[in-house]
Design a protein around this ligand. Structure first.
Ligand SMILES: Cc1cc2nc3c(=O)[nH]c(=O)nc-3n(C[C@H](O)[C@H](O)[C@H](O)COP(=O)(O)OP(=O)(O)OC[C@H]3O[C@@H](n4cnc5c(N)ncnc54)[C@H](O)[C@@H]3O)c2cc1C
Length: 379
């Protein structure tokens, strides 16, 4: 493997070896929209969920590039993209904000359990009327003696049906945009918090998702994450990590799909020869190779910048836009290479396409990423 240290290459191989031991039952669970807690626990036991969290809080203390390589290997070796997505969402939007903004007590209470698989976290910002314009949220956190009372409703919340901890964003004070928004650590069993039924979706079906309702939900002052009004900064920190790191797993998935296409195109014969001999087929696979290599370079660039303490707002948006769109293209082409077999659920190729589409929407749509990139160019 180019660019990386021998230790990082070894880490990649070790995660890949582990990922290949995970059960191959995704086809059935995708139909049933079933999350695998067992696979979740096995990943945690191996050290996936805790990879970048410092050892003193129960994690593996890996740098960002090493973490990204581990997540790429997980995406390459494990065909349950929903599980990989749930793990990523948990890491970047639950662990990272608590590690970065939490008090000693909050870190002590949550981090070790989030790393070792006991707890599942989720991040609740999107509302029915506030998606891309997340800071246009209507949910409120009214300060009262001893804490806050939360009211509002949230939607599209990954992991909510199985979560122990919800990071809830709500407006606690005056201000426009990110100003006046605070983040709260809310236990799933808190009175006044209800998780709706599991939402039925196009892809990533093994990653559970639901709406969340807050009705006069009292949380003590100790539930406030960071300072009052710091919610916008907490959200942006999570998004910077998530946009880059989730795409590392997508690089692994794209590579797995490309290799499946290489094998299939060599074996499948039409007109007396392997379909790989038709240039319009092999060109599609060559394009996949270009996409995988470019995607990996863009993702690792963000990791390198993060490891060197540099700002990555624009670079993460560039990586997110390119990789998520390249993943859709790669999987659409893979369906074409496999022909009718690609269109049938049994081969898992069409599932890759359904799973990939979500990448252009979650963590900020492609259109929003292009707004960030354009702003970075002074436009
Ligand atoms: C698989 C998946 C997992 C998710 N997980 C979570 C989660 O765990 N927690 C959470 O809080 N949310 C989650 N979301 C929600 C996600 O963040 C939102 O769906 C996303 O931000 C877009 O919001 P929206 O769906 O309301 O679309 P809208 O904001 O209504 O956008 C609709 C269309 O308009 C475009 N648009 C909007 N504004 C602009 C603009 N300024 N310029 C150009 N185009 C624009 C969008 O790009 C899009 O094409 C998840 C979504 C998905 C698909």
């Amino acid at each position: 493997m180019e660019w990386v240290t021998p230790e990082q290459a070894e880490h990649y191989e070790s995660v890949l070896g582990f990922a290949r031991t995970l059960p191959r039952d995704t086809l059935e669970r995708d139909r049933e929209e079933m999350f695998s807690r067992e696979a979740w626990n096995r990943c945690a036991e191996f050290g996936i969920q805790g990879m970048p969290i410092p050892a003193e809080f129960g994690g593996g203390g890996a740098d960002v590039v090493t973490t990204m390589l581990g997540l790429e290997a997980l995406g390459y070796g494990c065909d349950d993209a929903g599980l990989v997505f749930s793990i990523n969402a948990h890491m970047w939007t639950s662990e990272v904000p608590i590690w970065t903004f939490g008090t000693a007590q909050q870190r002590e209470r949550w981090l070790a359990g989030l790393c070792d698989g006991r707890f599942i976290g989720c991040h609740t910002i999107t509302e029915p009327g506030a998606g891309s314009d997340a800071f246009g949220m209507k949910s409120t956190a009214k300060p009262v003696p001893g804490g806050f009372v939360l009211n509002g409703s949230k939607t599209f919340i990954t992991n909510a049906p199985v979560a122990d901890l919800l990071i809830v964003f709500a407006r606690s004070g005056e201000g426009i945009g990110p100003y006046g928004i605070s983040a709260f650590l809310v236990e799933a069993a808190t009175k006044g918090l209800t998780v709706g039924g599991q939402l039925d979706k196009m892809g990533l079906r093994t990653s559970p998702m639901a709406e969340v309702f807050l009705e006069d939900c009292f949380v003590p002052s100790e539930a406030l994450l960071g300072g009052e009004g710091q919610g916008g900064e907490i959200f942006q920190t999570s998004m910077r990590w998530e946009r880059a790191c989730i795409m590392a797993s997508q690089v692994g998935t794209m590579r797995r799909t490309m290799e499946a296409c290489v094998t299939y195109a060599r074996e499948r014969r039409q007109f007396g020869k392997p379909i790989a001999k038709f240039e319009s087929v092999s060109d599609k696979i060559a394009n996949m190779k270009v996409a995988v290599d470019a995607a990996r370079a863009l993702v690792l660039r963000v990791g390198w910048l993060m490891d060197h303490g540099r700002d990555t707002m624009v670079e993460a948006a560039v990586a997110k836009t390119f990789v998520s769109e390249a993943a859709v293209r790669t999987h659409l082409d893979a369906v074409q290479v496999f022909g009718g077999y690609g269109y049938m659920t049994e081969y898992g190729i069409e599932r890759g396409l359904r799973d990939a589409v979500g990448g252009t929407i979650y963590s900020g749509t492609s259109e929003i990423q292009r707004r960030i990139i354009a702003r970075g160019l002074g436009l």
